[in-house]
Design a protein around this ligand. Structure first.
Ligand code: SF4
Length: 619
């Protein structure tokens, strides 16, 4: 197959380096000596998948620390898929070039709901049946993990098991358990696997519905299967595995750099944020660990940039010291440090100045809403004074291009909140005119709010596509000169809304849409909405049932049985406070506000004493 691939296939496709493997730091283990052979499948193109930090961690961990094998495969771009289908080349792994159907486990990473049609396409290209009920003893076990699987139900029919929570904690246990029970039938193996904490085997549960379409009951079919599935977390994050020798691709990928995951989780409690609840509690890495990880990655890769990654990097308690030390150690070797989007305060600008001393590119700030009232509703603790001071400091320091993130369709949003976005931009422009040395560029990116499972807004309705379009039209009609507004597609947000809070009935629709040619739905050039609408109709499913419908606290949600450790009571209280426009302070500043995660997992919010003092002095 390798010969055919290199001689006949790759010369016909764009960017062949996506499909060759053999990159620097690739790990090729002895196939015959491996206990369990797993292929890690990323349902997007190579450049996107190779930029994902979680994949790098699991790849190194399984290959270096266990007796199992993990190889990789990615969604082939449509030109490659066409040639593969014409020449009868099955989807294969980049390490051994073996078809994915020869592995014991195919593990998908679900980072975004709309990548599901790529999952179906990849299974089909790999000669693996799409529905779990069609798979027999000879087929791999198909699993999924990632943020999307905290509500796995819309995808339940396609997977044999879901892994809920931190993969580095759960996946080795899952593979060990599978190996211990390799001699059992597929069904008995799945029962054994369902008893590993964090593993959900959907075929072992039944759902009954009420006549109005809501869920009446959800329970396991047999006694030994748990009624709730509790997520797994890495408790000692500082000592958790992180790869010293990540793979270096032969082509440009989205994030082409060394990465330091400085902390996991977030304590800020923004009420719209899915990651903010499902990845709790906050766990930090020590300064020395991070510096050592930077050193190792740089030595083994030749990268010229280190990115500090987490949900809220500037909340890492030692961030100023870490940035200073990294710049001191590597700055004169031409190695830069990069920060993701910034908090709205002067400290943030100071740090941004530090990392971009020479050439200032674009500064990105997340405001989310245009008025203080709406920011209180979503618990985004940003006030305008801080914002204007930060913006003034940025212009004075030489930044000329500023980008702001907002959301459209947040609960309780009114015309005044939309006007608030424009008024804020006007004020920022005025500050720019006064303090910037040259012409400034202001961009506002407006995404559509999608209520997510396990958040305080999980009971809220989502704006319809028509409402979102009307809001866009309104903002465009009032748009100012020299301000660029960019909007997300209301159709993809609508579908995302269906999947985010959907149930098992949705799987039929996904399958039909894929049969009608839907794939790469997250890519605007490939997204087709009509086949989706036809598929909903075909199966008599009203997508509005999942999006523009308000839920009561009593309703059984499809994700009720997933225990993330944050209590439902806390989510309800936060939702009530949102309606009253009341804020909840972050627990690192004021002490525990009772989300429940720390007692539930018997952890304490860790923060180094020295770092704590540094963080406190910035408050
Ligand atoms: S349990 Fe308390 S201290 Fe722990 S994360 Fe939740 S609010 Fe913060």
């Amino acid at each position: 197959m390798k010969d055919k691939l290199f001689k006949n296939i790759l010369p016909k496709v764009s960017k062949p380096a996506r499909y060759t493997g053999n990159e620097i730091n690739i790990i090729k283990k002895d196939w015959d000596k491996a206990q369990i052979k797993m292929v890690f499948a990323f349902p997007d193109v190579y450049e996107v998948g190779m930029s994902h930090v979680g994949s790098k961690i699991l790849y190194g961990l399984i290959n270096e620390k266990t007796n199992h094998i993990m190889e990789r495969t990615f969604a082939p771009w449509p030109d490659m898929e066409k040639v593969m289908r014409e020449d009868d080349i099955p989807l294969y792994s980049l390490e051994s070039y073996k078809p994915i159907c020869q592995f014991d486990v195919i593990g998908f990473s679900l980072q975004y709901e709309l990548s599901i049609t790529n999952v179906l396409n990849m299974l089909n290209l790999g000669d693996v049946p799409i529905f779990n009920t069609q798979r027999g003893e000879e087929h791999p076990i198909v699993i999924a993990g990632g943020p999307v699987v905290f509500n796995p139900e819309p995808f339940a029919d396609f997977f044999d098991a879901f892994l809920i929570g931190d993969g580095e904690e759960l996946l080795p246990d899952f593979l060990d358990e599978l190996y211990q029970n390799k001699q059992l039938s597929r069904y008995d193996k799945l029962i054994k696997l369902s008893q590993v904490e964090g593993v959900y085997v959907p075929s072992l549960y039944s759902v009954e519905y009420n006549t109005d379409g809501t869920i009446n009951s959800f329970k396991p079919n047999i006694e030994s299967v748990p009624t709730t599935v509790r997520k797994r977390i890495v408790k000692n994050f500082d000592e958790s595995y992180f790869p010293d020798k990540p793979i270096v691709p032969y082509m440009e990928v989205v994030h082409d750099r060394a990465v330091l995951e400085v902390m996991r989780g977030c304590h800020r409690a923004c009420r719209f944020c899915h990651a903010g609840t499902v990845y709790r509690p906050v766990r930090e890495k020590g300064l020395n660990t991070l510096k050592e990880q930077a050193q190792n990655q740089l030595c083994n890769t030749g990268f010229d940039e280190i990115s500090l990654s987490s949900l809220s990097t500037l909340d890492y308690s030692r961030v100023d010291k870490l940035v200073k030390d990294l710049i001191e150690q590597y700055g004169d070797k031409g190695i830069g440090v990069s920060l993701p989007s910034l908090r709205v305060d002067a400290f943030s600008i100071e740090l941004a100045n530090e990392v971009q001393k020479v050439r200032k590119t674009t500064l990105t700030l997340a405001l989310e809403a245009g008025t203080q009232r709406l920011r209180n509703v979503i618990n985004k603790n940003v006030n305008e004074d801080d914002l204007f001071k930060a913006v003034e400091a940025a212009f004075k320091s030489g930044w000329l291009s500023l980008k702001f993130y907002f959301m459209l369709g947040l609960p309780t949003e009114t015309e005044e909140d939309l006007n608030g976005i424009l008024i804020l931009i006007d004020k920022i422009r005025a500050i720019g005119k006064e303090h910037a040395k040259k012409n400034i560029e202001i961009r506002a990116s407006l995404s559509n709010f999608v209520p997510k499972a396990h958040t305080p807004f999980q009971w809220h309705l989502q704006d319809s596509m028509e409402e979102i379009e009307a809001k866009k039209k309104y903002l465009k009609s009032k748009k100012r000169k020299n301000v660029k507004l960019s909007f997300s597609d209301s159709r993809t947000s609508y579908l995302e809304g269906v999947f985010s809070r959907g149930d098992r009935q949705i799987a039929r629709v996904i399958h039909s849409a894929w049969q009608k040619g839907c794939k790469f739905d997250g890519w605007s050039e490939y997204f087709k909405f009509e086949p989706w609408l036809e598929s909903f109709k075909e199966h008599y499913i009203d997508p509005n049932f999942y999006t523009v419908r308000k839920r009561s606290y009593e309703e059984i949600t499809p994700w009720d049985f997933i225990d993330i450790g944050v209590s439902e009571k806390y989510l309800q209280i936060e939702n009530e406070k949102a309606i009253q426009e009341a804020q909840t302070p972050n627990c690192r500043d004021v002490g525990c506000v009772g989300c429940g995660i720390c007692p539930s997992f018997e952890v304490e919010m860790e923060i180094e004493e020295e770092g704590k003092n540094a963080a406190e002095s910035r408050i």
